[in-house]
Design a protein around this ligand. Structure first.
Ligand SMILES: C[S@@+](CC[C@H](N)C(=O)[O-])C[C@H]1O[C@@H](n2cnc3c(N)ncnc32)[C@H](O)[C@@H]1O
Length: 277
C-alpha cells in the first residue's frame, strides 16, 4: 500500500499550474481588475475535465438547488463551489487539504464577494462535520489522491442526510493497467489505489449507498487530454520561456505517457452517483 498520501499531494499541488497566482495573472492579462464576479474567474479556477458543464451535470445528478447544503469534497481553488453558489444559489462548503489552495480559495471568494461559499481546511477522510449536515456531496478528479477510498466514501455517507446524494467524477483504472504504470502515476501525479468502475460500485455499496450509477467517461476524457497535450506542444516557445526548457520537456514526456495510457484503454474517467439510504 502506498503511504504518505497527504504529503505527496501537497508536493504535487505546490507545483501545480492552476493556482491562485495563475488565476490572478490570467485576470490581469485580460485587463480584468476592480469589481470582479465569480463569472470572471471560471475560465481559470476549475481544475477538472469538462469545465462548467461537468459541474452542472454533477449538480443535476445530486439534485442541487438553492435550498441545498452542499459539500464540495477536495474543492481545489473553490471554482466549482463558486459556480454552484452563484448559478444555483446553494450554500457550499468547499473542503480542501492543501494549505495554499485553502488560502487561495478563501481570497478568491472575497475578491468576487461570494459569501455563500465557506472554505474549510481538512482531510476528506475525516470530515469535521456532524451526521446529516449536508444534502449533497460533490467531488471532481480528486479521490484518485486518497489511498483510503472506503474512508472518504464512508465519511460522505455519514455527513449526508437520509436521501442525500453523492455525485463525483474520478480517474478509473482498467484491468490492463500494469503495476509499474500505477507506480509512475503515483510518482507523477500522486494517484493512488485507482479503482475500476465495478470497484467503485462495490465500495459505494459497502459504504451504505443505494441507487448507485456508474458511467464510463473515458471517451470524453480521452479527447480532452489529447487536446491539452497538443496545446502544450503548440505553446512550446511560450512555455519554455515561462517555465524553462527542462520543465517543458518533463511535462511533455509525462503527459504523453498519461495520454498513451488513456488511448490504450488502460486508464479512463468515471462519473458516479449514489443515494444515502
Ligand atoms: C484535481 S484537484 C480538483 C479540485 C476541484 N475539485 C476542481 O475541480 O477544481 C484535486 C484536489 O484534491 C485535493 N485533495 C487531495 N487529497 C485530499 C484530501 N485527502 N482531502 C482534501 N482535499 C484533498 C487536492 O489538494 C486538490 O486541490
Amino acid at each position: 500500500m502506498l503511504q504518505g498520501t497527504p504529503e505527496r499531494v501537497r508536493d504535487y499541488y505546490d507545483g501545480h499550474p492552476i493556482s491562485e497566482a495563475h488565476v490572478l495573472a490570467a485576470l490581469a492579462g485580460q485587463g480584468l481588475d476592480g469589481s470582479l464576479t465569480a463569472d470572471d474567474l471560471f475560465e481559470f479556477d476549475q481544475d477538472h475535465y469538462g469545465g462548467l458543464a461537468a459541474v452542472d451535470i454533477l449538480a443535476r445528478r445530486a439534485g442541487v438547488g438553492a435550498a441545498s447544503r452542499v459539500l464540495d469534497v477536495c474543492a481545489g481553488l473553490g471554482g466549482p463551489a463558486r459556480f454552484l453558489a452563484s448559478r444555483r444559489g446553494s450554500s457550499v462548503v468547499a473542503l480542501e487539504l492543501h494549505p495554499g489552495r485553502v488560502a487561495g480559495a478563501a481570497r478568491l471568494n472575497r475578491l468576487v464577494k461570494q459569501t455563500r461559499v465557506t472554505v474549510v481546511r481538512a482531510d476528506a477522510t475525516t470530515l469535521p462535520f456532524g451526521e446529516g449536515a449536508f444534502d449533497a456531496c460533490l467531488s471532481q478528479e480528486a479521490l484518485l489522491h486518497i489511498a483510503d477510498k472506503p474512508a472518504v466514501l464512508g465519511e460522505c455517507h455519514r455527513v449526508l442526510g437520509h436521501g442525500g446524494r453523492l455525485a463525483f467524477t474520478d480517474w478509473i483504472a482498467f484491468s490492463s493497467l500494469a503495476d509499474r504504470e500505477r507506480q509512475r502515476l503515483w510518482e507523477w501525479m500522486a494517484a493512488t489505489t485507482l479503482q475500476t468502475l465495478e470497484g467503485y460500485r462495490k465500495l459505494l455499496g459497502r459504504a451504505g449507498f443505494v441507487a448507485i450509477e456508474a458511467e464510463d467517461l473515458s471517451g470524453e476524457w480521452r479527447a480532452i487530454v489529447r487536446k491539452r497535450l497538443e496545446l502544450h506542444r503548440a505553446l512550446r516557445p511560450r512555455r519554455e520561456m515561462r517555465f524553462g526548457h527542462q520543465h517543458y520537456v518533463d511535462y511533455e514526456q509525462l503527459h504523453a505517457f498519461f495520454v498513451g495510457l488513456i488511448e490504450a484503454g488502460k486508464l479512463g474517467g468515471g462519473r458516479f452517483t449514489a443515494t444515502r439510504s
